[in-house]
Design a protein around this ligand. Structure first.
Ligand code: IMP
Length: 429
């Protein structure tokens, strides 16, 4: 298939980095279309571990073009740090294998600061953001007062627009939060000089990717976060500020929706969530703790412990149905080895009413209780399994049972962090 969209079908952290890195081997272009440095895509290559925040996971494969589309909120300081970090480790990054959209919005220091001050202001009602300035930057985009990458390349324009933005933000920081304002000249100098460092990467990425597709190149769209964190489809207001699934591709990569040929969701064999917000199948007890320990469930971006619980078939079915998904990749199956029994959320219940399908009409999922079914676990270590037949019968039964519940095929299994720790079941690129 010439183009493939890979996205998270839970609350993020589904192990997309590894799967995209693997699929990138067969792609020519790897394209990010939303989110920003709130993402943390972990890829393990031999002894080396890479955590990518803004640069697409294809960067670790020589000869691939990695594209950061116009829908991504780019923090240029983080981006340049990431470029230097990769170069120091011998990964080539230049204007041939990394392309940035001139139209992508920029995250400035004041966005990060306002994100953090806003969370403090909300107190117990906070979202639990990553503090990376995502909401404030997308907010400015919607208010039409943001700056785009192209604005950084024109010193005079940058001075005007950033100066005006900072004047407003400073008034807000002082009046609402009673904090020290940002230093205008320092900020202007910093970002104007950054513009020249970005220049070699900047182009019209939409035109680039559409031309590549027309020429028969393989294009892989890399979603960040997950559908349950999508600003429109997720558990609002406990969401991020972008469209995380293939719904973000046409606007965030300037690529026609009708030319996205195949759509693949990624979900863990259990479920995790970072930050606040509803999580119906969360396990607050010893089993949740055991999953966190076995899966080393700590955030790749913030280091926060992830909340852990059981596979939520209702939420995953909703996520995959919304996106017309051809298949699901199930990750971290190895983490479940050793559990006597496994639970799966199959419905929700509220005040005696049962919801078999995701109740998107409710104001909140808060207070919903999960109906859980229990399946037998397995004890064998499955990290070395490479074919379906290598798996113990109970692990196969668990996967087949999930497949029935979510009504789409499970097309690949992941059984460890390494590139080769996968069991293909129909997915190739
Ligand atoms: P923000 O995107 O930093 O505004 O955070 C909004 C919500 O999305 C918070 O609950 C974050 O924990 C969550 N979030 C953002 N990015 C990721 C991610 O890459 N993985 C998991 N959760 C994320």
């Amino acid at each position: 298939m010439p183009s493939l969209s890979v996205y998270g079908a839970q609350w993020g952290d589904e192990g997309k980095g590894k799967i995209i890195d693997r699929l990138a081997a067969g792609a020519d272009y790897v394209v990010r279309y939303q989110g920003g440095a709130n993402a943390g895509h972990t890829v393990v290559v031999g002894e080396e571990k890479y955590v990518l925040h803004l640069i697409p996971s294809g960067i670790l494969h020589p000869g691939k073009v990695n594209v950061v589309g116009n829908g991504v909120a780019i923090d240029p300081l983080k981006l340049l740090d990431e470029v230097s970090g990769l170069r120091e480790r011998g990964v080539a990054v230049d204007g041939t294998n990394l392309r940035l959209s001139a139209g992508a919005h920029v995250i400035f220091s004041h966005h990060r600061r306002i994100d953090q001050l806003g969370e403090r202001w909300l107190g117990d009602g906070k979202i639990g953001t990553t503090g990376r300035g995502i909401g404030p930057a997308y907010g400015d985009k919607a208010r039409r007062c943001g700056l785009r990458v192209s604005d950084l390349l024109d010193a005079e324009r940058c001075r005007d627009r950033l100066g005006a933005a900072l004047a407003e933000k400073n008034a807000f920081i002082q009046a609402v939060h009673g904090e020290e304002p940002m230093e205008l000249e320092t900020e202007l100098d910093r970002y104007i000089s950054i513009g020249s460092r970005l220049e070699e990467f900047v182009c019209d990425t939409g035109a680039l990717v559409r031309a590549a597709y027309r020429a028969g190149k393989q294009v892989l769209f890399e979603g960040a976060q997950g559908v349950m964190l999508d600003i429109d489809l997720g558990t609002y207001p406990y969401v991020t500020s972008s469209n995380t699934g293939p719904n973000g591709i046409p606007s965030g990569a300037a690529f026609p929706v009708g030319q996205v040929d195949q759509v693949v969701g990624i979900a863990k064999a259990y479920c995790t969530r970072v930050g606040e917000g509803p999580f119906p199948t969360e396990d607050h007890g010893a089993e949740g703790e055991a999953i966190r320990k076995a899966g080393n469930e700590f955030g790749a971006t913030t280091g926060r412990p992830r909340r852990c619980g059981w596979f939520d078939a209702v939420a995953v079915r909703y996520a995959t149905e919304c996106h017309g998904t051809n298949g699901l990749v199930l990750t971290n199956l190895d983490v479940l080895s050793g559990f006597e029994s496994l639970k799966v959320g199959v419905a929700y219940e509220l005040d005696g009413q049962v919801f078999d399908e995701y109740p998107a009409h409710l104001p909140s999922l808060e207070g919903l209780r999960p109906q859980l079914e229990t399946l037998p676990g397995w004890h064998e270590n499955i990290e070395q399994a490479r074919t379906w037949d290598d798996l113990p019968e109970r692990a196969r039964a668990y996967v087949e049972w999930l497949e029935e519940r979510i009504r789409i095929p499970i097309v690949m299994l992941s059984v460890g962090p390494e590139r080769d720790q996968v069991i293909p079941r129909g997915l190739s690129l």
